[in-house]
Structure formats: C-alpha cells, structure tokens
Design a protein. Structure first.
Length: 237
C-alpha cells in the first residue's frame, strides 16, 4: 500500500486505491502484489471521537451527495481540499470553470489525472481569482481545516465574488462546535497501527454554522441535507 500524509498530517490520498494495477505503485514502479486486506484509516479527535475516513469513496466517482453540491454551482468554482478530485471533476463535467486546491502533492496529481485543473497550495496562501469565484466549496469535513472555522470561513469569504456563495459540509444538528487536535490512524487487521502527526482540526454542527459564519462576516442563505449528510450555503453579509 502506498500512502501519503499531507503537510497538515491528513492521510487524504492512498495511491493504491486510485486505480493502479496490483503490480505497480502510484508512480508505476513495480511492487509486490498487494495484500488481500486494505488498511483502514481513522481521524482520531482529542476528545475521543474516532471517524472512519471514507477513502474509497474519495477515490470513486461522484456520489449523489456530491452531484447535488455540484448542481448548485452556476459559475467558476474553487474546490478547497479537493483530495483526489471527484468533486472538481463533477464540476468540470457540468461545463464549469473549476479549480481543485489541496496541500497534498499526491492529491493534486490524482485530481489532474482526472483531467481537471488542480493546484498544490495551502488555502491561506494566495490563490488565483481571489474575490472573483462564483462559488467556493468545503466538502468532506474540510470546514475543519486549520482548527479555526471562523478564520477559515473569513478566508473563504475573501475568495468569492460579492454575489458568490460558499458551500460547506457540516455535522448533523446537535454536534455543536469543537476545536482541538486530531491525527490519522492507519492499519489493517492483524497489523500494527500507524499514527500520523497531530494537527489542528474542528467540527461544526448544522446548528452552529450560523454563529461561525456571522463571526466571519458571512450569513447562512440555505441549509440542506442529502441522506445523513448536512450542508450549508453561505454568502457575504
């Protein structure tokens, strides 16, 4: 199994789940056949919560929830924390100008491999088109980036146009707001678990997003759900 840990410690990209044959690694180098079982990966929070990371889903085609987010976008869209790029590709397939951004070089490589544009960059660094994007997206828990949702939302607000929107995936109602340390734990049955470095992370519930948005100079214009997943659409105040 070839895996990469991005600069913030998040094991977003697992190369062997990206579609390479069993006799090659993520870069086409010959390797031994892969084991019968694939490691699992968890995001472990300092408050004791442990979330199984849906890595196979990230590497797969856009699921209905992702298509519903893409359908809300009507102009140039920046996908922040794009991972392997399934949402960026869904946007491009709708004929939109789309840019994926991720801190992981492997994530960017995989996104580009889907035939769409991606840039390796920290979201807090300068980005193309600042203040002109019709939409910015923080999906798959990416509202946790940096461990400070207000700072992150304020930064995203600076990326969108005056009439643009920011779509964020949030926790179900009742989750509140949590900020603290987290790390990625990887392993498979019978193997030693591997722990990645700690990094700052956050969780925001559907009922708490309005408070964070207001503090960031934004407002909630819509909340919607698709199955068990919850989302909020924000605009500038």
């Amino acid at each position: 199994m070839n895996s990469t840990i991005s600069l913030d410690g998040f094991g977003v990209v697992l190369g062997r789940l990206g579609g390479w044959s069993a006799d090659q690694d993520a870069y086409g180098t010959p390797v031994a056949p892969r084991p019968a079982t694939q490691p699992e990966h968890w995001l472990v929070h300092a408050d004791g919560r442990r979330d199984l990371l849906p890595v196979r889903r990230w590497h797969g085609p856009p699921e209905p929830e992702i298509e519903s987010v893409a359908a809300r976008c009507t102009g140039p869209t920046i996908d922040l924390g794009c991972g392997p790029g399934r949402l960026t590709r869904a946007l491009a397939q709708r004929g939109l100008v789309a840019l994926g951004v991720d801190i992981s070089a492997e994530a960017v490589r995989l996104t580009q491999g889907r035939g769409v544009v991606a840039l390796r960059r920290d979201v807090f660094e300068p980005l193309p088109g600042e203040g002109r994007w019709a939409h910015a997206l923080l999906i798959d828990g990416n509202i946790g980036i940096g461990g400070d949702p207000v700072r992150l939302l304020r930064r995203c607000g600076a990326l969108i146009a005056a009439d643009g929107t920011l779509v964020v995936e949030v926790e179900p109602p009742g989750a509140g707001l949590w900020q603290g340390q987290a790390y990625v734990l990887s392993g498979s049955s019978g193997d030693r678990e591997l722990r990645g470095p700690a990094f700052r992370w956050a969780r925001v519930g559907a009922e708490a997003v309005a408070r964070a948005a207001t503090a960031a100079g934004l407002r909630v214009v819509d909340r919607f759900r698709f199955g068990p997943r919850w989302f909020a659409e924000l605009a500038r105040s």
